[in-house]
Structure formats: structure tokens, C-alpha cells
Ligand binder design. Structure first.
Ligand SMILES: *[C@@H]1O[C@H](CO)[C@@H](O)[C@H](O)[C@H]1NC(C)=O
Ligand SMILES: *[C@@H]1O[C@H](CO)[C@@H](O)[C@H](O)[C@H]1NC(C)=O
Ligand SMILES: *[C@@H]1O[C@H](CO)[C@@H](O)[C@H](O)[C@H]1NC(C)=O
Ligand SMILES: [Zn+2]
Length: 390
């Protein structure tokens, strides 16, 4: 879901100066210094997909602390227990993060399941049907804090969970500004307010999508009304929550600190290099080759398997996508490249079988960038690819 932000600008970020190391790796050419591929975020682009974006983002490594409260309304009263709604999301969503982050992120949710707190206004009055603004969303959150009426220990993220009977609270946006009570008491960096789409459509994974926004990840589906899968198919749940391969892209795992620099290989010069990739879904090993095109654009190659969080994947192999740090959330900052353009796709989207592999299409060229990626060999442990940069 879209997130709402106050007009805030991250501070200026230092641009990296690429330097080529005189590495001793047995490649045709020396590897580029990893910093050449760490594109800096553009602070003028909302939720820019580069490194160092600043918007009081929730922590993505260590512990992300959250506090969860439950609300209902005069016109749409609760019909279940708060505990049942807690259990709808947890521990599944926390386990999802533990797996996707290879243990780097622990989601620590403290919940007051003692009762539903009755909101001061009718559910239908909060404006979901008209589409929320920053102000109307803030009103809802501050009403929830008023209804709660007790001090909340300072936390990273406030989760507001409504009864599933509240059909007026139809979707689940993230509030990106500081969360404060009406009296001005600071509560949290961000707030996720859940809605009916969680219960009806997305299930607990909506928590992982929205909490991704609290860590400043952008939306990867188009905001302009085109099909949800237009830019990335079902390859990351910041695009389509119910897609067959919802694990986060390696690029974002690197940005979030779930992958270390030594798990990424950077190509920043012309020539031919070979690289080994291990499955994104399993901890350890080399996870992505990042091919630098400019100071704002890279191509990424990663290996997807039908395993773990991507168990429902309908095509496996090397996934190629571009990153643009100058493209805002909802406008396609990540675009999956379709290595099989003449196929109809799978699991409902043309891009879901976009991968390169020896059984299908094994090589792909981005002509405008002069880059070709070819799968050279495959084994149970991973694949070897060759990258040629003209
Ligand atoms: C939803 O809440 C209203 C108001 O409290 C109540 O009359 C109605 O029975 C509830 N819906 C269900 C399905 O119980
Ligand atoms: C998890 O949250 C509880 C309650 O807020 C807190 O006491 C505890 O220290 C937190 N755990 C970590 C590892 O931060
Ligand atoms: C949405 O934006 C994309 C990327 O610019 C474009 O390809 C698509 O046609 C647009 N869709 C609509 C409905 O304007
Ligand atoms: Zn979203």
C-alpha cells in the first residue's frame, strides 16, 4: 500500500568515488571496489532505492521493536478477540523476517491483547473510502492513541489493528511521519494501520510489506493504475504481496544490511567476468552481481529457487532487474527484465518466468547498456554466470 509522508528531506548524502582495487581474484579483470556499486540514494526522490536514504527509518538489523494495539468502533464493533487478530499476524510475520534477513532482523512485537479500545468516531467517518491524506491518517492514529489512553513505551513502529468487522477500514497504509499523541508525546518512528485487505486478501504478509515501508523501502507496483505486476511481476512483496516469489530482492537485502559487502560482486568496468551465485533463499554465499551503468542506475543478477519464502515460485534461475535511484516509489525504481518475452508467463504474470537458465533462455543482452549476462553452468549449489560489458 502507498505510504504517506510529511514533506521531509533527507540530508545530503556523500557520493561514493569509485575506485578499482588491484584484487587478486582469478577473474579476467580485477573486480571493482564494492563501493562503486553502492549507489547513493537521491534525497530529492521519495523513498529512493539507493543507499543512505534518510526518513527516520525503522531499524532493519538487530531488533525492530513494535507495539500493537487493537481498536473497534461504535458502528463496526469487534466480533473476535484481540488475541485472535494478534495470532493472525504473529509469529508468522516475524518468522518471515527472520528467514528473509538470514537472522539479521528480529521483529519484537509487544501487544496489549487485553481488550479492543473503542475509537471516538465511527469507522465510516475516517475517510478510507475517499482515500487518506497525511492529515486524515494522522487523525486516525491519534484517535487510536487517545482511545488507548495509556503511555506507550517509546518504540520503532506502532501497529494499529482494527476488528475484522470494520469493513470501512478497507486497506493498510503506513504513516511515514513521526508518531506523536495529540499532547505531543513521541511514540514511534512510523505507524502501520491495518485494514480489511489484510484479513480478506493479503493475510499476515501485509505486515511484512508495510513494515518494509517503515524501513524506507518503496512500493514496486505502479501507482498509475496499470497492472500490479507491471514493473516486477511477483518477485518481491513490495510489489505484489501475494506473488509467487515474495522474498525481498538481493539489492534491498544488501541495502538493509541483511547481506554483507562480501556477498555482492560489483562490475564497474568493461570486459568479461565470471561469477558464482547461490540461491537468494538460503543463507550464505555470493548473492548478487551488481553491474554499474551510471551513478544512478545498475543492473542486478541474483539466483531464485523454488525454496523457503519463494516455495511457490513458478520459474527459477537468474533474475535480472535494473535499479534507478532517481525513480520514486510507485514509478518503477526496480524493473525486472523479461528474458522470456515471448512466453505468457506463469502464476498470472508475464514476468514470473523472466529468469535465465540452461533449460530455457540462457543469455540476455541489454543493448542500450551494452551488457550481456549468460548462464554458464548450473549445480545444486548455485550457478555460474558470465557478465560481458562492452
Ligand atoms: C459488526 O459490528 C456491528 C456494530 O457493533 C454489529 O451490530 C454487527 O453484528 C457486527 N458484525 C458481525 C458480523 O458480527
Ligand atoms: C522486546 O520488547 C520488550 C517489551 O517492550 C522489551 O522489554 C525487550 O527489551 C525487547 N527486546 C529486545 C531484544 O529489544
Ligand atoms: C504507468 O507507467 C508506466 C511506466 O511509465 C507506463 O508504461 C504505463 O503505460 C502507465 N500506465 C498508465 C495507465 O498510464
Ligand atoms: Zn506499499
Amino acid at each position: 500500500m502507498r505510504s504517506f509522508s510529511a514533506v521531509m528531506r533527507g540530508s545530503a548524502w556523500l557520493a561514493f568515488v569509485g575506485a578499482v582495487s588491484a584484487g587478486t581474484a582469478p577473474q579476467h579483470r580485477p573486480r571493482a571496489d564494492i563501493s562503486a556499486c553502492k549507489l547513493a540514494a537521491d534525497s530529492d526522490v521519495y523513498l529512493s532505492a539507493g543507499f543512505g536514504y534518510e526518513l527516520n527509518c525503522a531499524p532493519s538489523t538487530g531488533t525492530l521493536n513494535a507495539f500493537m494495539i487493537f481498536v473497534d468502533f461504535d458502528d463496526e464493533g469487534a466480533v473476535e478477540t484481540p488475541q485472535s487478530l494478534h495470532d493472525f499476524f504473529l509469529p508468522a510475520a516475524a518468522e518471515w523476517y527472520a528467514t528473509s534477513s538470514y537472522g539479521a532482523l528480529a521483529l519484537n512485537v509487544t501487544a496489549d491483547t487485553s481488550r479492543f479500545y473503542r475509537m471516538p468516531a465511527a469507522a465510516a467517518s475516517y475517510g478510507w473510502a475517499r482515500g487518506l491524506s497525511y492529515e486524515t491518517h494522522q487523525t486516525y492514529i491519534q484517535d487510536a492513541l487517545d482511545a488507548y489512553g495509556q503511555a506507550i513505551p517509546e518504540t520503532d513502529v506502532l501497529y494499529v489493528v482494527p476488528t475484522a468487522n470494520a469493513t470501512s477500514i478497507s486497506f493498510s497504509p503506513t504513516f511515514m511521519g513521526d508518531v506523536e499523541t495529540r499532547a505531543g508525546v513521541y511514540v514511534a518512528k512510523k505507524s502501520v494501520t491495518f485494514g480489511l485487505d489484510a484479513y480478506r486478501t493479503w493475510k499476515y504478509l501485509v505486515l511484512n510489506h508495510e513494515t518494509g515501508h517503515t524501513m524506507c523501502l518503496p512500493d514496486y507496483y505502479p501507482f498509475n493504475g496499470s497492472a500490479t505486476g507491471l514493473f516486477i511481476g511477483g518477485w518481491d512483496l513490495m510489489g505484489l504481496i501475494s506473488g509467487p516469489s515474495p522474498d525481498y530482492f538481493a539489492w534491498d537485502k544488501w541495502r538493509l544490511g541483511w547481506l554483507s559487502d562480501d556477498q555482492i560482486e560489483c562490475v564497474a568496468e568493461a570486459g568479461s567476468t565470471t561469477h558464482t551465485l547461490t540461491p537468494l533463499e538460503k543463507a550464505g554465499g555470493s548473492k548478487a552481481v551488481v553491474i554499474k551503468h551510471s551513478g544512478t542506475d545498475v543492473l542486478v543478477a541474483e539466483l531464485r529457487t523454488a525454496d523457503s519464502l519463494d516455495a511457490a515460485s513458478c520459474a527459477t534461475g537468474v533474475l535480472l532487474y535494473t535499479i534507478s535511484t532517481t525513480t520514486a516509489t510507485g514509478e518503477g525504481p526496480v524493473r525486472v527484465l523479461d528474458a522470456t518475452p515471448s512466453s505468457a508467463g506463469c502464476a498470472g504474470d508475464k514476468l514470473n518466468d523472466a529468469t535465465l537458465n540452461l533449460a530455457g533462455t540462457s543469455s540476455y543482452t541489454i543493448a542500450q547498456w551494452g551488457v550481456t549476462v549468460t548462464v554458464v553452468s548450473e549445480s545444486d549449489d548455485g550457478v555460474e554466470i558470465e557478465v560481458e560489458v562492452a
